[in-house]
Design a protein around this ligand. Sequence first.
Ligand SMILES: *[C@@H]1O[C@H](CO)[C@@H](O)[C@H](O)[C@H]1NC(C)=O
Ligand SMILES: *[C@@H]1O[C@H](CO)[C@@H](O)[C@H](O)[C@H]1NC(C)=O
Ligand SMILES: *[C@@H]1O[C@H](CO)[C@@H](O)[C@H](O)[C@H]1NC(C)=O
Ligand SMILES: *[C@@H]1O[C@H](CO)[C@@H](O)[C@H](O)[C@H]1NC(C)=O
Ligand SMILES: *[C@@H]1O[C@H](CO)[C@@H](O)[C@H](O)[C@H]1NC(C)=O
Length: 589
Amino acid sequence: MYNNQPSCGSVAASKIFHTSKDPPLFFIMMRFNMKIALLMVTILGFFTIFAWSLCGDRNFKDSTVDMDRNKDFMRSEEIDCFINNDYVIGCRKEGDEVFLPFSFLRKYYEVYGKMVNLDGIERFEWSHNSYNKIYYPKGRYDPRGVFMYFENYNVEMRDRVKYVSATEGVPISTQWGSHGYFYATQIAQFGLSHYSKNLTDPEPIRRIIEDSNKNQAKWVISSESFLERMFDANVSRTVLKFRTGDRISDTLYLKLDHVLHFVMSVNLMLGMNSSLTVVIQNREKGDIYNLHYTSNNISITAQDNNIYYGIGNFQEWKKLTRDLIVDLDKGLSILQEKTKHKRIPRSKLKVTAILLFGYGAIDNLTLSTSEHIENFYNAAEWFVKHQDSKGGWPIPVRRHLASGFSDLKPGWYSSMGQGHALSVLSRAYHHSGGDVKYLNAAIAGLKPFSVPSSKGGVLTSFMNKYSWYEEYPTTPPSFVLNGFIYSLLGLYDLMKIAPRGQADLAEHLFNDGIVSLKHMITLYDMGSVTSYDLRHFTLGIAPNLARWDYHATHINQLLLLGKILNEPLFTQTAERWIGYMNGKRAPHN
Ligand SMILES: *[C@@H]1O[C@H](CO)[C@@H](O)[C@H](O)[C@H]1NC(C)=O
Ligand SMILES: *[C@@H]1O[C@H](CO)[C@@H](O)[C@H](O)[C@H]1NC(C)=O
Ligand SMILES: *[C@@H]1O[C@H](CO)[C@@H](O)[C@H](O)[C@H]1NC(C)=O
Ligand SMILES: *[C@@H]1O[C@H](CO)[C@@H](O)[C@H](O)[C@H]1NC(C)=O
Ligand SMILES: *[C@@H]1O[C@H](CO)[C@@H](O)[C@H](O)[C@H]1NC(C)=O
């Protein structure tokens, strides 16, 4: 899987060095501790020798003499640094110490750094990794509870989510195809993050705007339009029915002034070409945006200040739950594609009106701070509705992992998508109080785990011995680590939640996977980083080293599995890998 944080550290660092006004600062010198220098490779060895040769016997002299000399030390002079016998950069010398420009070190060691201002005092903060977090498991892992640390995720705001479909209520990905498609892995992460947030966020605050009962809003009606609160036989209750004239001025209008509640939910039934529109204003600049939810099949379009989401073509009651901030942001990214859109902070927005046009009926129109469970069930329903006959959730785009691997043709399954789906469906089965449609979908979702990747499944084996479930079922196998562990968590969730005897296969697959992981985990240990996959073995090429955010994911996954299984190998390996994030290295001979 791909985490959402870009490796931003280096960008931040380079900015600092290029925006600095003070020329000497451009050269911000990292003071080099001799011990660290000794540990680092040749170039620093060179400086060590250089610096030591300068101070030499001085170290043994009387301290008062040293004090006098300190004045000389403080004078810094420019010198050339000759790097690896190859090229020269500008350095500085101050007494015994040699200072190298951080802009050089940053590239040379791929480290991160930025100037930080703490109450008026500037300091430089160095980070060996790109500021990634380690999440120690909070308590016992419970398949009914928070999924890993996904309460921290906001999947739908990621750039590679094009928008949230208004027909299905799940994200549309552009990760491996720019036109946008349903991506099981991402949909599951969306569901799992909302499920987790439901357990960790404060209780939502809800404002019911219109329910034709206790809450009756003051709609403004033109002479050509009609609005009445009347009984609807299909839902056996009084709802608001409307029909407007054809002109824009016939639109039903409800003035609002909401700054806190940006999640709208409504039960509605819309006729042809009808729409419910939410008007949002940028309080600072005054700009107005119209979010139209329209009864057609056009997924998303935008023009001027109008953003259109098609909610499908239907004439039956439907529940719509929309995060208006997300809908606005995705619309703006389409409107301002060429200019690279700027996100408008939530604090600057307010909902100023709701409009109805065409004909239809609405009920339970509500603005809330969140509707996590609705979002979660939208994901769970998607998995129930879109599972194919082989138990899979096919990914409809081609995927090229790397040269040497066969391309995955549209329709492939991913162990990660499958496994994440099991985590979603297991939770839905639990949360719904045992609705078997979720359990059945989860059990069917196990099928691709027993089918070899060469035959369209996700199963492969390492050296014909250890079973492995492929995130990307390539030929030859790629053995992507994080996707495999996510799939194990899905299997674990299902085997723990399914009634006894119903998901024995999940347990079997899980146990096999754990045996493989125990034998193979250290193959990913590169001594100072981890590898993302095993292409160095299967393709006989250089290892594909994991970015720091993947490295952190590896650690977080192992910490969790180590805790679930009480397995010291996993915990100890994770601890060693945490050391790598702070610059520790495996010992050498
Ligand atoms: C979580 O979901 C329950 C329903 O299962 C709901 O009562 C509760 O308000 C929700 N809490 C949050 C924070 O979403
Ligand atoms: C719906 O809108 C389209 C285009 O705006 C128009 O061609 C069509 O006649 C409309 N249909 C109805 C039933 O109003
Ligand atoms: C819209 O989609 C629905 C369901 O996918 C389909 O039944 C309907 O015919 C579509 N309508 C149009 C106008 O394409
Ligand atoms: C109930 O729904 C059906 C279509 O789903 C519709 O034809 C019918 O008019 C509705 N009845 C009422 C009373 O709204
Ligand atoms: C409005 O909400 C109530 C309470 O949750 C529900 O019983 C009713 O069916 C909803 N209205 C519609 C039209 O679905």
